[in-house]
Design a protein around this ligand. Sequence first.
Ligand code: FES
Length: 107
Amino acid sequence: MPLLTIENLPGSPIMVPAGGTLLAAIQAAGHDYRHACGARGRCTTCRVRVLAGAELLAPLTEAEQRYQAAGRLLPAERLTCQARLPAGEVRGRVPEGGKLPHVIYLG
Ligand code: FES
C-alpha cells in the first residue's frame, strides 16, 4: 500500500488507501490536520511540503493549479485534501503556516 511519511508528525509512515486523499489517510491515522474549508480545495490550509516522491503523486488538481498560478501554493507543496498517491512512498513536512497550535510537532 502507498505510504506517506510526514517527518514532523509522530507515528509515520501512514498508509494511503487506493483512491483516497492524503488528508483522509492522515486523519484516519488519528492526526489532527488543518483543513479549514472542509477538504473542498478552497483554502490551502491543508498544504504539505513534499520532500521526496513528488513525482509519485497524482497530477495537480484544478484547485492546486489555480493556487500555484496565483502564488498561494509553492511548487514543492500539495494540498493534502486534493493529492492522491497511487503507489510508492512520499515524504513531507507540515509547513509552519499549516501547524495547529495544540499539536506537538517533531523537530
Ligand atoms: S482543506 Fe481547504 S484546500 Fe484542503
